[in-house]
Design a binder for this molecule. Sequence first.
Ligand SMILES: Cc1ncc(COP(=O)(O)O)c(C=O)c1O
Length: 391
Amino acid sequence: MSRLRPASRTLPIRESVIREMTRLAVSVGAVNLSQGYPDFDPPPEVTEAAKAAIDSGVNQYTNPWGLPLLRERLAAQYRAWLGWEVEADRHVTVTCGVTEGLSSVMLALLDPGDEVLVLEPAHDNYWPVVHLAGAVPVPVALEGPAYALDVDRLAAAVTPRTKVLLLNTPHNPTGRVFDEAELAALADVVTRHDLVLVTDEIYDRLVYDGRRHRCPGAVDGLHERTVTVSGLGKTFAVTGWRLGYVIAPEAFADAVHKVHDFATICAPAPLQAAAAAALDLPEPYYDGLVAEYTARRALALDVLRGVGFEVASPEGAYYLLADYRGLPGPAPSQDPTSFAAWLTTEVGVAVVPGDAAYTLEGYGAGTVRVAFCKRLETLKAAGERFAAALG
Ligand SMILES: Cc1ncc(COP(=O)(O)O)c(C=O)c1O
């Protein structure tokens, strides 16, 4: 066979539908409610800190595990959140976004052929990070409309090759914030089957209606076997800065350090300095964040329900899963990909097809994902376009 072919581990990877929808949105001038990035600025304290860092010479490689000041902040936060002695030098790794964090963790944990349980619907980065580690993603459905964690189904999917369970909470795209009972049942499956839990908690500060985020790694029995991954992109509206981190327990701390170092050396130095400033923002910043997102959520729900989408209110994160089958007109009979393309090009509002969050056949039918991490004006503009086309 010719050598002019890519590595086989790349073959199962398809292009990100989320990013593809953004490209389509830009090319047709649609209001972009597809990809989950804010269209408003980060807090001024954070951008000022980035500029000050550049001006004061923080422009070279940092320690590969991350700027010491930032790791100290993260270690202090996670000592409180996880309830164990997280050490800045040992257990924390600052990464280029959650995506690199998850990728480094998978490379650090998995051998070729190992299996990873992936709850679907899932973010479309999850399958590639598993494939790139030579491992096999095994989908386990969360059934709508409740999207409750079905631990019997999870346990039934475990095989002798299963090593990792990948859990996202607060959850994209369903908006679920898995509750204490679900996490306790999950902990039972993880410990009983000697699995490692890898979490993606990127929306940890975006939980609504008085809920509080609880780190799964803080649940009894999970400390030694949970690798916690999160990031700053969503909380501080800096998705383009590429800042994430991994809190790894003793067994995996060295391996994550090594993989991250040789993947990227370090995350951008001045932006790490700004991240430390971001983590210094006082508690009212987070209260304001939740209040603003609550208003965006309310408007987005009104806009969608007003034209006939059926949509539940999310408990966390910043997406809505909207069922379009009750809308008037012929378009709603289309599959999600065609419907999302039609909505983007003909109505002028870009969304993500619901079935892009599944590898399981037959799931996600009749739904699209709508990101509401946008200015109220943007959401209103989307509403006007919906009303003109569908109202
Ligand atoms: C659940 C989830 N994980 C990870 C990411 C990507 O994170 P980052 O931009 O920090 O790589 C996203 C982005 O939307 C996400 O929704």
